[in-house]
Design a protein around this ligand. Structure first.
Ligand SMILES: [Zn+2]
Length: 235
């Protein structure tokens, strides 16, 4: 194989590696982002639970206030019993007292239920907060991992870039321009091997005459389908 081709193949190998490292770097925050998303979800759930807790506490205060007022009213009604004058009055007052007692019993039951629900939600908030704390720790650890991996990738890219410059210096400017143009247009694959008459990059057939020319390896040839610089695999 002519040196200009083998140099370009080497250059493409280096550039593909640099390109891959760049992509790897972009992938690094993915896990962290997933953790952060989960954290936001849990935070929203905690906020919702706290809203519900606040509502329940407001309701409990309301019922307690009602109960206090009604207990007072009950006491007064019971005191009135001693000065009842006739049975009609007695019956009316008895009914009133029974009604208040019944309502207050319902209020007491509701307070018990509210207390149970408040306890349950408080526990749930505690659990969720624990999960958020755990995620925070995971995120911090992941942040460290990312920083370390980024540093490693950057160091590799620096060393590969130096290698790139060294190899690129050996390529003639017009060929380099062509390589760069193709590399940008074709996701880093500017050169393609041709195996048994087929371009390995676009899988199209190379015309037989051109393939024979390629096997002779006398000049630079391009795939008629994808325009990449081609070289014969078995030379
Ligand atoms: Zn092709």
């Amino acid at each position: 194989m002519r040196p200009e081709l083998s140099t370009l193949i080497k250059l493409q190998g280096i550039d593909l590696e640099i390109r891959k490292l760049g992509n790897d770097k972009l992938e690094l925050p993915k896990r962290l982002n997933a953790i952060k998303e989960l954290m936001e979800e849990k935070d929203a759930e905690v906020a919702e639970l706290k809203d519900r807790l606040a509502d329940l506490r407001t309701r409990k205060t309301e019922v307690e206030d009602e109960l206090e007022l009604e207990a007072e009213r009950l006491k007064k009604s019971q005191q009135k019993m001693s000065s009842v004058k006739n049975s009609r009055e007695y019956q009316a007052l008895s009914k009133e007292i029974e009604d208040i007692k019944k309502s207050n019993k319902a209020r007491e039951d509701e307070i018990i239920q509210l207390d149970e629900e408040i306890d349950r939600l408080k526990k749930e908030v505690k659990e969720k907060n624990k999960e958020v704390d755990k995620l925070k720790k995971e995120a911090a650890a992941e942040q460290k991992n990312i920083a370390k991996a980024e540093k490693e990738i950057d160091a590799k890219i620096v060393s590969l870039s130096a290698e790139h410059d060294e190899v690129a210096d050996k390529v003639k400017p017009d060929l380099m321009a062509r390589y760069k143009f193709l590399s940008e247009k074709r996701e880093g694959i500017a050169l393609a091997a041709v195996d048994e008459g087929i371009c390995s990059a676009c899988n199209m057939n190379i015309p037989p005459q051109m393939y024979n020319e390629l096997l002779r390896d006398e000049k630079l040839l391009f795939c008629p389908s994808c325009q990449r610089i081609i070289y014969a695999l078995k030379v």
